[in-house]
Design a protein around this ligand. Structure first.
Ligand code: S3P
Length: 167
């Protein structure tokens, strides 16, 4: 397998799972949000505030286009990366795309602070999560594999990924 790409909503565990999976497999770890922050010298919140969401989406597309050709990485992606068809294609092109599924209730419990997640810095985050999830589910489901993470610890999610026959 060239690379493993983790997709899913904010709070689905992509970063934690990705880091641990990378350790277990001896792969390197990459996070698309971190790449954007390094490239721009700004935090994700600053980019949203100063340049707006559409500019952030452009950066996401650019950053993953630049990943073509890499191998041996676990790549954790921003929760909204899948809403652009070209991003899904870029990701599938470089490896196995795994959707870490989580219910709105699991997500709200896992997200301790929304301060660095501008999209959840709203009055009723649970309602907003439900709404965004209902819009995004069709895009997440384009992944090659999906794993239901409700009720699972990070280690258990890693274990189910390691047991995939497609790996
Ligand atoms: C976003 C998810 C965030 C980050 C940005 C937008 C989204 O990443 O890319 O705040 O649209 O769902 P995480 O999923 O890593 O929190």
């Amino acid at each position: 397998m060239k690379n493993i790409i983790l997709t899913g909503f904010m709070g689905s565990g992509k970063t934690e799972v990705g880091k641990r999976l990378a350790q277990r497999l001896g792969y390197a770890f990459l996070d698309t949000d971190k790449l954007i922050e390094e490239k721009t010298g700004k935090s994700i919140s600053e980019i949203f505030k100063e340049e707006g969401e559409s500019s952030f989406r452009e950066l996401e597309t650019e950053v993953i286009k630049n990943l073509s050709g890499i191998t041996g990485y676990i790549i954790s992606t921003g929760g909204g990366i899948v809403i652009r068809e070209e991003n899904i294609l870029s990701l599938k092109n470089i490896g196995l795309v795994i959707w870490l599924k989580a219910s709105p209730e699991t997500i709200i419990n896992r997200i301790s602070s929304a301060s660095h997640r501008p999209l959840l810095n709203v009055e009723n985050p649970l309602e907003h999560i439900k709404k965004l999830l209902s819009i995004r589910e069709q895009f997440y489901s384009r992944a090659d594999v999906s794993i239901d993470t409700d009720g699972l610890e990070v280690n258990e999610v890693v274990k189910s990924i390691l047991s995939l026959e497609t790996l």
